[in-house]
Each structure stands twice: as structure tokens, then as C-alpha cells.
Design a protein around this ligand. Structure first.
Ligand code: BTN
Length: 330
């Protein structure tokens, strides 16, 4: 842990009680003057740190700005996802930054955030609007030991972790729309874009891109999206702390990824099914080369959606665009 990460972790752990400069200096193995100068830098970055003779240093508030050291401090040690964090003020797409890292053989688990993206992208070649300071736009580098066919499992793992993280932080209860949209009713609040580097028989790396609309107001969304998109602020009626939410989602993601690595995918897929608003519905799924209409029945062990068509055939769907189909199931 670097000094700022340790200082922020100690300040948070101390809470109202505060922590003395001497204790921080001892913990970091540096002088009290060195602690003071790091505290000054954190104040310049927007952290309100009070110093008093009785309580030492107390963290009063944190800025609404993502800060790599702060995110690392909130995550704590021992994680795969979030073992390293980088924050860009602006980038084209965090998925591109992480894709380059994957080619440079960076270890799995690094997370790259951007306050804004100029060319954020969604599934099926769509644009992903990523205004500055309003959401969480980030990508994670993974190197799972899975055959390419099981990559859909990661979609399920990510959707469950994002839904859980949102629920834990906000108290709101989002649902999952297959394959990995996080929704409130018919409006989407978060999306997941999985990009794969794979050989025929194994996955080299996965870039897992996640976008969460946190503090956008309806009038900050493009008009054409207002009927189909929402934000946590719109749903919850208040703004949310993006750094805290980011740490909560990454903690859930790390835990769910750990379960997948231990071979406990079924635990996650059970939860996915409980949270999924698509199951049991009559759906239309548009894929690049065909359209399937039928009843969404369940999920298989690879994370594929099983759809019973009107002809009684069971289709394994691994990707596509789902909408509710009109008319009763025959
Ligand atoms: C979707 O639902 O269509 C997926 C949206 C994924 C958006 C995120 S934001 C961070 C990362 N970088 C991108 O360019 N896209 C993903």
C-alpha cells in the first residue's frame, strides 16, 4: 500500500475518534513532518481532514472525485479484483485502456476508471454516454481459466455482483435483464460489456467494462434515452457517493469471481435466476443472424439462456438483444 492509501485507510478506520500524527508516522515508518505533508496533499485533492490536539487527524468528508489511492484504501488488501486501481480524468474508452494492458501482460485484477469517456461503447456497437463525474465508468482485466464457451458465466457473475453492489449501497432493488442489463422496471441503470481475447480452447484475457448511471438527472440524459434509461439518483431521489459505491461493487465482484474460480458457479446462477426479470417471460431475442421467439425458461451451467420456442425446441442463447414479445405463449 502506498502512503496515501494507508493514511486514508487509517483515517477511515479511526472514524470520529481520529488518529494522531505520531500513530500515523509510526504506522507508515516516516516522520510526522512527512505525514503532515501527505495530509496537505490530500487536502488539496479535496479531502476535508481536520487536525486537533485532542483527536489528531479526523476525516470529515471526501470529494466527489474518484481517487485511486482512496479506492484502494476502501477496498483493503487481499483482493484479486481491485489489487490495483487507476483513475483517468478522461479517456476514449476504459475498455481500450485495459485491452492494451492485457496485451502488455499486466496481471489480472487491475481496474481502470475514467471520470468521463469520449468514446464509451456499449453492446452491439452502441454508444455509451459517459458524462464527467456522473457515473462509474470502469473496466477490469481478468484472466479466467475457462474455455471460451463458458465466458457467458462471467456475464452472469458480473451482473449479480453489480446488482448486489447497487442494492447494498443504495437499498434499492434492481433486477437483471438478460444477459447483463441492470434495470429498474423497463429502464436500464447499468450495463456490462465483456470483450474477450481468446484462442480456440482457452481464454487469454477478458476486459470487463461496467457502466453505472449514478447521479445523472433525467435532463442530463439524451432525449432519446429518457424513456429507456434511468439513474440511481432518479430511482433513489438523492445523490450517491460514487467512491463508496465503486468500492462496494468491486468487493462484490471480487467475491463473485472468487466463487466462480472455486467452481461454485451454481451459487451465483441461482441468485441470478432470483434477480432476473427475463425468466418466465415470453421474449424476442435478436441476434446477428436470426431472431428467436419463445419463453425464457432458465439458465444452463455455462450461463446461456434457455428459451423454449413456439415449436417446442429448446434454444441455447449466448448473446443478443432481448425484448418482451407480444402475445401469449402458445
Ligand atoms: C451495455 O449495456 O451496452 C454495456 C455498456 C458498458 C459501458 C461501459 S462504461 C466502461 C466501459 N468502457 C466502455 O467503453 N464501455 C464500458
Amino acid at each position: 500500500m502506498n502512503p496515501d492509501t494507508r493514511i486514508l485507510a487509517s483515517l477511515r478506520a479511526a472514524g470520529e475518534a481520529g488518529i494522531s500524527g505520531a500513530a500515523l508516522a509510526k504506522d507508515l515508518g516516516v516522520s510526522r513532518a512527512a505525514v503532515w505533508s501527505r495530509i496537505e496533499e490530500l487536502r488539496k485533492a479535496g479531502y476535508d481532514i481536520e487536525a486537533s490536539p485532542h483527536h489528531g487527524y479526523q476525516l470529515r468528508s471526501s470529494p466527489d472525485r474518484l481517487h485511486a489511492d482512496d479506492l484502494l484504501a476502501r477496498l483493503g488488501p487481499g483482493k484479486i479484483i481491485g489489487r490495483d486501481v487507476q483513475v483517468f480524468q478522461e479517456t476514449a474508452s476504459t475498455n481500450d485502456v485495459v485491452e492494451k494492458m492485457a496485451r502488455d501482460l499486466v496481471r489480472e485484477g487491475i481496474v481502470v476508471f475514467a471520470e468521463s469517456q469520449t468514446r464509451g461503447r456499449g453492446r452491439l456497437g452502441r454508444q455509451w454516454i459517459s458524462p464527467s463525474g456522473k457515473g462509474l465508468w470502469f473496466s477490469v482485466l481478468l484472466r479466467p481459466q475457462l474455455p471460451p464457451a463458458a465466458a457467458t458465466q462471467l456475464t452472469v457473475v458480473s451482473a449479480v455482483a453489480v446488482a448486489r453492489g447497487i442494492e447494498r449501497h443504495t437499498g434499492l432493488k434492481p433486477e437483471i435483464k438478460w444477459p447483463n442489463d441492470i434495470v429498474f422496471g423497463t429502464r436500464k441503470v447499468a450495463g456490462i460489456l465483456l470483450e474477450l481475447g481468446a484462442e480456440l480452447d482457452h481464454i487469454r484475457h477478458v476486459v470487463l467494462g461496467i457502466g453505472i448511471d449514478v447521479n445523472l438527472d433525467a435532463d442530463e440524459m439524451p432525449e432519446e434515452l429518457r424513456a429507456i434509461a434511468t439513474s440511481l439518483r432518479i430511482e433513489g431521489g438523492r445523490t450517491f457517493d460514487r467512491s463508496d459505491l465503486a468500492a462496494t461493487v468491486l468487493t462484490e465482484l471480487d467475491a463473485a469471481y472468487g466463487r466462480l474460480r472455486r467452481g461454485d458457479f451454481h451459487e451465483i446462477s441461482d441468485e441470478w435466476m432470483r434477480r432476473c426479470s427475463t425468466l418466465g417471460q415470453r421474449v424476442t431475442i435478436r441476434m446477428a443472424d436470426r431472431v428467436v421467439v419463445g419463453r425464457a425458461e432458465s439458465l444452463n451451467e455455462d450461463g446461456a439462456l434457455l428459451v423454449r420456442t413456439d415449436h417446442g425446441r429448446l434454444e441455447h442463447i449466448i448473446g443478443g438483444d432481448v425484448s418482451l414479445a407480444k402475445g401469449p405463449t402458445p
